[in-house]
Design a protein around this ligand. Sequence first.
Ligand code: FAD
Length: 350
Amino acid sequence: MAQAVDVLVIGAGAAGLLCGGMLARRGARVQVLADGQAAPPASAAAAGMLAPLSETLHAQVGHHHEALALGLESLRLWADLATQARVDLRRIGTRLALSAQASAAFLQMARSAGASACPCADGVFVPGEAVIDPRAALRALRRWAQGAGVVLQDPACVVEILSEPGCIVGVRLSDRSTICAQAVVLAPGAWANAALRRAAPVLDTLTPARGCLAEFQTDQEESGPMQRGEGVYLVPQPGGRLLAGASMEFGVASPLPDAGQLDILRERAIALRPDLARVPWSGRAGVRAMSPDWSPLLGPTAREGLFLAAGMGRNGWLLAPIAGQIVSDYVFGDAPSPLHVAFSPDRFAP
Ligand SMILES: Cc1cc2nc3c(=O)[nH]c(=O)nc-3n(C[C@H](O)[C@H](O)[C@H](O)COP(=O)(O)OP(=O)(O)OC[C@H]3O[C@@H](n4cnc5c(N)ncnc54)[C@H](O)[C@@H]3O)c2cc1C
């Protein structure tokens, strides 16, 4: 006989775990399914910055103000989440190397967003921004979600979304077993297969974008803030690791790092920190799912009972808590705020 739960979440990256954990904390019976072997989560490859203001340097024109407001709201949620889930969140801030003119524009933008930033020797310092270690955070969030009652099944590859006229009733796995549910949340990162795309055609608007990172292994703990310079950021991680990222390779869905991209990143990192020229390093990569406006798709689809936490883009770790909150509000039938409605998947629906 098929198992039955209230909500099934497909994907156990940052987005899926936050949706699952938040739904379970509100009383839903939740099962999270992941096929981490076939589809490596981008969440494990990320640099770990929670940096909404700094990221505006890469923002897409058009969706800029809402994206910043959403990022700032999610960063506020991280404070509580990190305590609850025992994620080591370090509020080390970001130093941005900017020209005098670019610094003035950035400070003005921060002021109008009500966020804190101040001038410093070579540009701007953003004190509130934070960093997590993504791999350690994934382990902590799995424990947190399971502690809230989530049943986590990995590996479990969803090959069909089951529906009856008008609504979703569950999923079928590659081992032919079925699981019944009143609601299904798709959080598949860049790995939505044909079955998921058929159920939610708006997933076809997402483009994979590989990101390579150069990882330097220094011989002491890095104590400074995050840094951003020309075409590169530097993120200190525990154990003396310093991550230099990241390439944006649109249309590339391979999670293997590219030697040419890594050489470019290494050179840019050395321009910012000349001592790195003598430091041993290696490369890694992950694949993000980018929507046409680079912002996530959060909320209901045209099919009753089917929801998305998809297209998490360059800032999926930052945005995971707000994604979990928005999706659980919709699943429980709570009215979304006007800001949250701006990220509804139907903005791209045909
Ligand atoms: C190099 C790089 C650096 C980054 N740096 C940062 C950063 O500093 N800060 C930040 O906020 N973000 C960063 N990001 C972005 C962030 O990592 C992603 O946006 C985020 O991790 C996406 O999370 P997700 O849960 O949507 O997807 P993923 O982590 O990719 O997880 C998707 C999950 O879905 C599963 N899945 C897919 N299809 C199925 C199926 N049919 N059945 C079962 N399971 C399925 C997969 O196995 C996987 O577990 C970075 C990304 C990259 C690549």
